[in-house]
Design a protein around this ligand. Sequence first.
Ligand code: PLP
Ligand code: TYF
Length: 398
Amino acid sequence: LFSPVEMAPRDPILGLNEAFNADPRTEKVNLGVGVYYDENGKVPLLRAVQAAEEARVAEHAARTYLPMEGLAPYDLAVQKLLLGADSALLASGRLVTAQSLGGTGALKLGADFLYRQAGKRLVAISDPSWENHRSLFETAGYEVVTYPYYDPATHGLNLQGMLQGIEALPEGSVVLLHACCHNPTGVDLSADQWKQVIDVVRKCNHVPFLDIAYQGFGDNLEDDALAVRLFAEAGLPCLIASSFSKSFSLYGERVGALTLITETPEEGERVLSQLKRVIRTNYSNPPTHGAKVVAAVLNNAELYTMWVEELAEMRVRIKQMRHALADKLRAAGVQQDVSFIEQQRGMFSYSGLSREQVARLAEESAIYAVGSGRICVAALNHGNIDLVANAMAKVMLE
Ligand code: PLP
Ligand code: TYF
């Protein structure tokens, strides 16, 4: 039975952890996986999360099943974060939200739903995108194509290419968009640029599927939801995959949600009934703990304020590391303009390092980055930044 099973290729990002862990050198830095580390190089347990967890444990609550679509106060809190607490959509009956197993689970629910209920077979993702987007949609039965996004010459957005690429897709294609803090490039759209994308999506009857895994890491929770709110205002049916892995530092609890903006309350009811069927036939119902904790923080004024502050601390620290890295590269003699490192948003910098340079970093300096040149700025701290900047400068200068 199992003898013909071939070895699967490693996940290009998660596989790096294995190589990093196996490296015997003591001074080593893992800039691969997108995880936020604090100044001490630790994955933080947020104070707001700890307070909510302590209250939850003290309750000694029974562990019954959750509804298929998850915890109601959690789903409502997700809608408020996405659309704003004063959005008219909240009470409209047009929003459908289901708790999911992280942002990845939300993407898969959306992919399966659109495949089964809307007959979708083609999805376009940005070039480049998170590696898992392609494999997830391919596994769900889709043909995956790309639209232009990143312009290596400017380290910025190729807006014309993006608009033309999306317009050239067959009518009614699913278009996956990073709502903020694009992974891997850190390049985001302005309000005006989003409006141009929305016009094309509307004209072509495409299905917008927004992935928001870093809300709060760009400017703040409200401004980072801009794209979601512009699509909602435009009145287009839309899917949104939320992840709280990073913003709550709850990676292993798998807290995410899929939200669909439907056109009428009656349509919302039908959509929810079919979404529940996708859930039921996959994992029946979601786990309790992470959603209870996130809902407790989002629905309690004091804990919410605490969380917003902690999120700001993470965001500010990353930005400081961007400036420090750019400054140290300049000080080490790098002549090329590295200000893009300071301008890119979210956890990552698309450093422009080639595959060969990334390989040299690992070999010569035990610094691990993704082959595409993506580095996780959130893994830098005052203790390792000199090592990283000097090693990067070395491979950039030679
Ligand atoms: N979407 C993007 C763009 C991501 O970078 C990630 C990262 O993990 C995810 C989705 C998945 O998030 P989760 O870990 O919550 O499944
Ligand atoms: O891009 C990243 O590094 C994060 C973490 O299969 C991640 O999004 C990476 C790969 C993967 C799952 C999560």
